[in-house]
Design a protein around this ligand. Structure first.
Ligand code: ZN
Length: 392
């Protein structure tokens, strides 16, 4: 229906059950039908022999229909992990990707689950776009047609290629990566995913869409998500210092993490090493934890600053402009650029990595209310990329 409206059509007929959803598209008159016989009769100007019952007509749901917000988990529940909380805030504000490395119990899943709550509601255009993907994927809840909250998808590491990136027989269907469009895709125990599934994620990380070619036809689905990868530092997954200590050889640990390919990790902006929470830190840091509402407000303000800067370009947040445009059109101060260049020449970041560092530096500046990132912001962004020696 979105495509029909764009092509200039102003009347469409759809199955009655989809009418409420179809009416979300502005500027189109939607006729809900229960049979092809009914369509034929209407085209002939006759009475519909199979009139649609009011219960499935779905008119009431229409534009007012906004999916009920699932109770989102609050950031105030996460004790400690100040740097990780900050990284989460940056990921929310700038649309950046996050890699969380740490032993079980460090709170990786807790953090990832709280990322969608930091994001503002989807605007009308985004909501329609996300709703269209969910409609094709069959994940739309009946009677509550419009998706207003950024989605959260957390496929299990045994998930297949079609389940994660899309596919299947016949016309390919969107996978979790597209269902997470404008939201969060969380891969827990990322090294356990099939290597080809992880590799396939490089395409949407670059182009924010997934193109699926099958005998049944080609489908192009949007896939602009914030990726959160989480990994234990070793295959045994035992925590440190709790009696049942990990005895994995350092070689086994290296091999385990090497399953996350360099090209994939190079596309992740923020790399964090999480320490397990110890009792001392719990006591010291509890009570200081900010709530989701407080952080989400800072995220909203930072996103507005970025959207204002990118007005008229079609880009909205710092993750979106290509590196070359970002460098040319919104130049950072000379000393900030010099710091980045010296990291490049020392080989501590790749060219792609340098662009990502610059984007994160912009987000740090946006959150701090600064006009542009300086040397300090670039330094912080570099640090977040190298933390714990995770980055390739
Ligand atoms: Zn181990």
């Amino acid at each position: 229906v979105v495509a029909a409206a764009r092509a200039g059509l102003d009347r469409v007929a759809v199955p009655a059950q989809n009418a409420a959803e179809a009416r979300l598209v502005p500027g189109v008159h939607v006729v809900g039908l229960s049979s092809l016989r009914g369509l034929l009769a209407r085209l002939r100007g006759a009475e519909d022999p199979d009139p649609v019952e009011d219960s499935v007509r779905g008119e009431a749901a229409g534009h007012a229909g906004s999916a009920p917000v699932a109770a989102e988990k609050d950031l105030a529940d996460v004790v400690g992990q100040a740097t990780a909380r900050w990284a989460l805030e940056l990921a929310a504000a700038g649309g950046h990707h996050l890699f969380l490395l740490g032993p079980p119990g460090a709170g990786k899943t807790m953090l990832a689950e709280r990322l969608p709550g930091l994001l503002p509601d989807l605007d009308d255009e985004e909501a329609l776009e996300v709703t269209a993907v969910h409609s094709v994927a069959g994940t739309l809840r009946p009677g509550q047609p419009l998706v207003r909250r950024p989605p959260y998808q957390a496929p299990h590491h045994s998930a297949t290629m079609p389940a994660v990136v899309g596919g299947g027989s016949g016309l390919p269907r969107p996978g979790a990566a597209s269902v997470a469009h404008r939201g969060v895709l969380f891969l827990d125990e990322a090294p356990e995913f099939a290597p080809r599934v992880l590799d396939a994620l490089r395409e949407p990380l670059e182009s924010a869409e997934i193109v699926l070619m099958r005998a049944g036809g080609t489908a192009r689905y949007p896939a602009r998500f914030r990726l959160v990868l989480a990994a234990n530092p070793c295959p045994c997954g035992l925590a440190y210092g709790k009696g049942d200590e990990c005895t994995c050889a350092s070689m086994a640990k290296r091999r385990y993490l090497a399953r996350l390919s360099g090209p994939l990790l190079d596309r992740i902006d923020l790399h964090l090493w999480l320490d397990p929470i110890t009792d001392g830190r719990l006591i010291r840091e509890c009570g200081a934890a900010e709530s989701t509402a407080v952080v989400a407000e800072r995220v909203r303000v930072a996103q507005e600053r970025a959207a204002h800067r990118y007005a008229g370009t079609g880009w909205r947040c710092n993750a979106e402009p290509p590196g070359a445009d970002l460098r040319r059109r919104w130049a950072a101060p000379v000393d900030a650029v010099a710091l980045l260049e010296s990291s490049l020449s020392r080989g501590t970041v790749s060219m792609r990595g340098a662009d990502r560092v610059l984007r994160v530096a912009w987000t740090i500046a946006d959150l701090a209310g600064r006009a542009s990132p300086g040397k300090e912001e670039v330094d912080m962004a570099l640090h977040l990329r190298r933390r714990g020696g995770v980055a390739a």
